[in-house]
Design a protein around this ligand. Structure first.
Ligand code: BES
Ligand code: MN
Ligand code: MN
Length: 461
């Protein structure tokens, strides 16, 4: 059959099989944060490796990292052509709260042209599209237009702890010209986008402790400090009435959006009122002076991710809790440094905490923000590929989410990042009923084929 059909026909003819094989991945609960799922994570790595081998990639190996394994494969038969390193992650977020799913999270189910399953859009459906594109090219043309190296990790959702050391140790093997990542979204359905910026992350936990144990709130309340109340007062002071973060020094290193970027943001097809309605929230809020799109991707934030204190069961319990906890994270923009910000945050919180309770701040994890010049030639290649497949120009956007490892690929291996995702931010990533549009899966495979073609003319700036 080789060479008989065109790559486009091959993609069409194998649509059902490519879908079935995506489902094989989605059936495996590769939840990286859950120690009980260790075996499933490893099983998923094996299935990724199997599909990579079937695609025609060589030297496919499941590599131990000290944490969850990563899968590597390569095809280096395009002498003199650039080398493209494709990155993705096969691990997924936990499925909780599981009772809010319409169909079971690890039983891929099609409704309305979308497949519902944990990891469908983040990131199994997206990275496997590249593998299928490689298979289509290999089995129709017998070769690829560029050299390809593929790294699919199993720890992205828990901070990619072992990936940077792996990059350090394997510089030679991983040498390439450009990094391609599909782990982000199109701006809107039918609006393919090239992401040129990602936010970073600084995540801390604050523990407040009062007396040695919970107390009767009638017998002791009034004289003994309430950790819940002190925590709330403290947290409330972290932003002012303009929704600006009050941590001293927090904004010092922020690179402001340029007038050009702000003009481009304003031209994006976005309606704040529609956005509000879609989320069914009574009103939007955010840092004064910036539009919702700017607030969500170009400005740093501080959010409460979770709080714990006192009686939360049914009915009333008159108790004076002895401790309270909050998890807080900041999304960071270039050039804020996650460690510096975590330190500033810890210092500030400790200063705000009254001497009547104890306060402990623990840094949980962080990631650097990323920004690449929009004139980079790699982005031009992607734009041409988008035009060829979607018939329109790509939108250039910054994303609010974080993929910290993109910075490591840049600093350790010197690779410029090219982020073209074909998920949608409305596809419930990290939430119940995560799904992935199967039309975008097909489009993603075609886009990857075209991207590899376009990258054959990539030249380092
Ligand atoms: N794929 C997401 C990040 C993302 C989502 C980028 C949407 C662009 C658009 C990634 O898997 C993720 O969830 N990252 C985490 C950070 C990580 C350190 C846990 C995040 O952003 O919370
Ligand atoms: Mn992801
Ligand atoms: Mn994720």
């Amino acid at each position: 059959m080789e060479g008989v059909v065109s790559v486009g026909e091959f993609v069409t003819q194998n649509q059902q099989r490519f879908q079935d094989e995506l489902f094989r991945l989605l059936e495996i609960p590769s939840v990286s944060t859950d120690p009980e799922r260790k075996g499933e994570v490893v099983r998923c790595a094996g299935e990724v490796a199997r599909q990579m081998g079937q695609a025609g990639l060589q030297k496919v190996q499941v590599t131990e990292t000290g944490g969850h394994p990563l899968v590597y494969g390569e095809w280096l038969g395009a002498a003199g052509q650039p080398t493209v390193l494709i990155y993705g992650h096969y691990d997924v977020q936990p499925e909780d709260p599981v009772d809010l799913w319409t169909s079971p999270p690890f039983t891929p189910t099609i409704r309305d042209g979308k497949v519902f399953a944990r990891g469908a859009t983040d990131d199994k459906g997206q990275f496997i599209a590249h593998i299928k594109a490689i298979e289509a090219l290999m089995k129709s043309e017998g070769k690829l237009p560029v050299n390809v190296k593929v790294v699919i990790e199993g720890e992205e959702e828990i901070g990619s702890r072992h990936l940077a050391p792996f990059l350090e140790k394997n510089r030679e093997m991983l040498q390439a010209d450009v990094l391609v990542v599909s782990d982000s979204a199109m701006f809107a359905p039918g609006k393919p986008s090239i992401v040129y910026g990602l936010r970073g992350l600084a995540y801390v936990q604050v523990d407040i402790k009062g007396a040695d144990s919970d107390l009767h709130s009638g017998v002791f309340g009034g004289a003994v400090p309430n950790p819940g109340f002190e925590l709330c007062k403290l947290v409330a002071q972290l932003k002012d009435d303009q929704e600006r973060i009050t941590v001293p020094g927090f904004y010092d290193k922020v690179i402001d959006l340029t007038p050009q970027e702000r003009a481009d943001y304003a031209r994006l097809p976005f309606d704040a009122e529609e956005f509000r309605k879609e989320l069914n929230v009574p009103g939007l809020s955010g840092e004064v002076g910036w539009t919702p799109l700017e607030q969500r991707s170009g400005r740093p934030t501080l959010e409460i991710n979770g709080m714990l204190c006192g009686w939360t069961g049914p009915g009333a319990k008159t108790v004076l809790p002895n401790k309270a906890m909050v998890k807080i994270s900041c999304r960071l923009v270039p050039n804020q440094d996650p460690e510096e910000i975590a330190q500033m945050l810890a210092d500030h919180i400790k200063k705000l905490c009254p001497p009547t309770v104890e306060c402990q701040v623990t840094s949980l994890h962080g990631g650097k923000p990323w920004l690449t010049p929009r004139q980079h030639p790699a982005l031009d290649c992607a734009n041409r590929a988008v035009e060829a497949v979607f018939g329109e120009q790509a939108l250039f956007v910054r994303e609010g989410g974080s993929i910290p490892i993109v910075v490591d690929f840049q600093t350790i291996l010197g690779l410029p990042g090219l982020l073209v995702g074909f998920g949608l931010n409305t596809e419930n990533l990290h939430a119940p009923d995560e799904h992935f549009d199967l039309g975008n899966y097909q489009a993603g495979i075609r886009l990857s084929v075209e991207l590899l073609r376009q990258l054959s003319s990539y030249q380092k700036p």
